[in-house]
Design a protein around this ligand. Structure first.
Ligand SMILES: [Mn+2]
Length: 426
């Protein structure tokens, strides 16, 4: 962790230019009737959970190129997230993956989390690979398996995740199923769904009353002919059959090319079933890239739907879990996460700038160009001074990536943990 003095010294040379840019933007926004200071309060409040599996470099099936200094234990993962949160004040919780993050010392972990101002956001089960000494294989599915013993094992694993989460104060359990089939005829499509529904109901039964169960969908991979939960509609129907605490999780990468993700977000929000996000670059399936790196406009449009729904008095308020799910092997994982959070904050800030009254008028008048221009105005506004000010007000760095490099965080982690330390998991 950096000391307060270090952070102060890192911010100091950037302050004069920051104030200049911020004051200019605040003035400009005031002319449009937007209160920059009010907007910053919303940005400071906004938090994105960091996945424990993104703190090390991700592997592809071809190779893995460690960054050095990667966390070797759950305690070190918590410490890395603490470092991120210190720099941006926007990453105060962690998503854990079982069995990669089984807690050994709950009391010690509670103390460590408290000392860093962090909490555990979501537990994630893993029935997409076999573990050593596991009685039954998931080769042909888990919650949807034809063999009852396999399903029972997968159900018990999910309940175990919830139990670990209860020890650590988590309130969300996320289920992503790799189940499906690779060849026509391999699996009975309707029965696989019904078996999944029955298994999920057994897990839901074990869910504490103040928890949420998130059901994630994915159209392809690791199965390529059929996935048991391929789309938001399937997740939605499963949630409907389970009960109020079941919600749909939207992973940006889990869509086919050209899918209108923002429309799905709006729909789910309207139906009261939008439970959470896995943010990433929305490029390809899992182990996806830095959020907002290639498709910033899409990210903005997603936030535009969220802000619009949040300001719609006819909809009930939603508690949405914002999480990152990305992990790849080119960048320093911590720099990647700082960039992702930065892009998410920027998209949110831009969505808050949209003139919704004017947009509604343009839409009602079928003024296509005017409506599009209103969105473009917001999207093309350089909101970086607002995001930087939010970091500063949260006690962080004006420019987190620059501060991370200037402070030599990676070099220190390598010195502590070694060049070839391996992050558990991916
Ligand atoms: Mn995901």
């Amino acid at each position: 962790m950096l000391t307060e003095d270090q952070l102060h010294d890192l911010n100091q040379p950037l302050l004069a230019e920051h104030h200049l840019q911020f004051d200019y933007l605040a003035d400009l926004l005031a002319r449009r009737g937007v209160d920059a200071h009010q907007l910053i309060l919303q940005l400071v409040e906004f938090q994105v959970a960091i996945p424990s599996w993104a703190l090390g470099t991700g592997g592809t099936r071809f190779g893995r190129f460690p960054a050095g200094g990667e966390p070797r234990s759950l305690e070190e993962k918590i410490s890395d997230v603490g470092q991120l949160n210190q720099l941006n004040g926007s990453s105060n919780s962690i998503s854990l993956h079982i069995p990669w993050d089984i807690p050994q010392d709950s009391n010690g972990l509670h103390q460590l989390l408290a000392s860093q101002g962090l909490s555990i956001d979501s537990m994630n089960s893993n029935t997409f690979q076999d573990q050593k000494e596991q009685a039954h294989t998931y080769k042909f599915g888990s919650l949807s398996a034809t063999d009852r013993a396999v399903r029972e094992q997968a159900i018990q694993h999910n309940i175990e995740c919830i139990n670990y989460g209860t020890q650590l104060g988590a309130k969300v359990h996320t289920v992503w199923l790799a189940d499906g089939s690779n060849f026509p005829g391999q699996s009975h499509l309707r029965r696989a769904y019904l078996r999944t529904q029955e298994s999920l109901a057994a897990i839901y039964e074990a869910l504490p009353s103040d928890w949420t169960m998130l059901i994630e969908y994915k159209p392809y991979e690791p199965n390529f002919y059929s996935m048991v939960i391929p789309d938001w509609g399937t997740s939605y129907t499963l949630c409907q059959s389970l009960g109020k605490q079941a919600q749909v999780l939207v992973d940006l990468g889990h869509h086919l090319p050209n899918t209108n993700i923002e429309q799905i977000v709006g729909r789910l929000r309207q139906l009261g079933r939008l439970g959470g996000f896995h943010f990433n670059g929305s490029g390809y399936g899992d182990d996806d890239l830095t959020t907002g790196s290639a498709k910033p406009f899409q990210l903005f449009l997603i936030f535009n739907e969220l802000v619009d729904a949040n300001q719609d008095a006819s909809l009930t308020a939603a508690s949405v879990a914002y999480m990152i799910d990305a992990s790849h092997n080119t960048k320093d994982p911590l720099e990647d996460l700082l960039q992702s959070v930065d892009n998410i904050m920027g998209a949110y800030a831009k969505a808050l700038l949209v003139d919704r009254t004017a947009l509604a008028e343009a839409q009602d008048a079928n003024d296509t160009v005017r409506a599009e221009e209103i969105l473009r105005d917001a999207f093309l506004t350089d909101v970086r001074p607002l995001v930087a000010e939010a970091y500063r007000q949260a006690g962080g760095a004006l420019h987190p990536v620059r501060a991370y490099r200037a402070a030599g965080v990676r070099q220190q982690l390598i010195a502590q943990r070694g060049k070839f330390s391996l992050s558990t998991g991916l």
